[in-house]
Design a protein around this ligand. Sequence first.
Ligand SMILES: Nc1ncnc2c1ncn2[C@@H]1O[C@H](COP(=O)(O)OP(=O)(O)O)[C@@H](O)[C@H]1O
Ligand SMILES: O=C(CO)[C@@H](O)[C@H](O)COP(=O)(O)O
Length: 593
Amino acid sequence: MADQFLGFDLSTQQLKGIVVGSDLKLLQEAKVDFDADFGAKYGIEKGVLTNPAEGEVFAPVALFLEAIDLVLQRLKEQGADFSKVQGISGAGMQHGTVFWSQDAEHLLANLDAGKTLLEQLEGGAKGERRGAFSHPFSPNWQDASTQKQVEAFDATLHDPVNLAEATGSKAHHRFSGPQILRFHDKYPEAYKATSRITLVSSFLASIFLGKIAPMDISDVTGANLWDIKNGRWHEDLLALAGGSSGVEDLRQKLGSVPDDGGASFGTISPYFSARYGFPSSAQIIAFTGDNPSTILALPLRSSDAIVSLGTSTTFLMSTNQYKPDPAYHFLNHPTTAGLYMFMLCYKNGGLAREHIRDAINGDKSRSWDKFNDVATSTAVLGQQSKDDPMRLGLFFPRPEIVPAVKEGVWRYTYTPDSGLSNADSDEKAWPVPAADARAILESQFLSLRLRSQSLVEPQGDLPAQPRRIYLVGGGAANSAIAELAGQVLGGSDGVYKLEIGGNACALGSAYKAAWGVQRGQGEKFEDFLEQRWNEESFVKKVARGYRKGVFEQYGEALKGFNGLEKVAIEEKGEGKADDLAKDLGLDGGIVKN
Ligand SMILES: Nc1ncnc2c1ncn2[C@@H]1O[C@H](COP(=O)(O)OP(=O)(O)O)[C@@H](O)[C@H]1O
Ligand SMILES: O=C(CO)[C@@H](O)[C@H](O)COP(=O)(O)O
């Protein structure tokens, strides 16, 4: 195969790489699993370090550097011929930042192919060698340390509604703007010593480029700093985040943002040509966020939805309507001006499901078999008959984003007439952990259904729902999850998963690299993908979608579910319950006790 393209996904728990041909078919893929490969060395768990006292979650930048050399080596072992690679793009977990030192540009431009990235870019532990970073850690999207800064962001534009209107999202703990402000206040010396700030995506691009790469037009919208309508940094928010160091200083640290998602930032760093055999002409195409990249792996039509089941759960749609609201996120689309990405993001995705899986197994075998059996054999909402109360739960081992509550578990029963009752210690109504398996899946999908109602349309004679649901990410391999996704969310055309490789996000990046290099004058990404798309071999239907009766039964549960979220917010919330109900245009369920 003549021209080949390489895509990466640097996410919470792994770095994955995928090579595709110009027909977009998969050639090789490889991954570095952070815990398995480097857990002992860096003391990480599930890819991160934590400081619970302050709600901090972060990852060592050195880990990322080691992972880059290792994933390339593994791709080579899989047979990748890097001399054929004409374009490289990639994705990073969103919101995370990397702080570069004054020496960064020089070090990046003068890498010795005989040494590893880690040897040359990491600073010496005792300061005997100055490294490329002014801070050794990258704040992670699971960080919750920025409550004070979040309040300042909302206050700067008077309220969350205005902030969402301007930047696509209300202020969130994990967003880069509040994180930068906290970094400025907590580490003033390191901030001063910072020459540039990149996102995780533009960090990865910088390594391949051999100089600091710009942020991309989509990933920059996960910062609470970008004025989406006007396509520029938001002056007031920049001034806030830059603190006493000033707005110009921060503007310079952040750099400019090209508006073309297919832009080439230049050719690959000579380090990679000499060390791994890439042609010196290989182009580095704008790297984006992991969720924006994921939507590029599929030819999304209006009313199609992606559910990404990684460490986080995200729900993604592509739309030409900009309807921002504090209840969710709007991002710039990564390739296509005039399109936006609608996103919901939950912290308690894969790890919360794993907790219940392990409790059901009673061991650490990590097998999903029992979890799946119990989840699919339990009745819809735990209702043996229509008159039984519904079981509704919330399972948040970590503080949650949607809704914004501290960690906790809520198990309630609900009937439309008498409302919600606490069933936590009622073994008959709610056998723990068996009933949790179905309840957590129903809960996660009900939350998506509740919040995406206004974005989906009736499908023919069927009620409003997505046309297709595509499952991606680690959890997409799970048949019980696919089954429940279809039952709760519907999907007039069914539930699908990608058949190409194990990672939609890295695949989307490889496609973006191909488009960036090969596109004709004015050729849109969507047209480029459509022409090369091979439905039969690229996707597979894994479950039925809409089921008459079942879909409506879940519809009846929505009001109770909304009420349950209000209970959680009242008990452990970061926001006001009334606001949530208002955001969603719903009255909450009635709480009985
Ligand atoms: N068969 C499976 N069933 C359910 N969940 C799974 C399965 N395989 C992997 N996972 C989940 O996938 C998650 C990792 O997904 P992945 O998309 O690779 O993560 P990330 O991109 O966040 O690093 C894990 O937390 C794990 O719980
Ligand atoms: O914070 C968000 C999106 O807003 C997360 O979705 C991160 O982008 C990390 O995702 P994964 O590691 O789960 O892929």
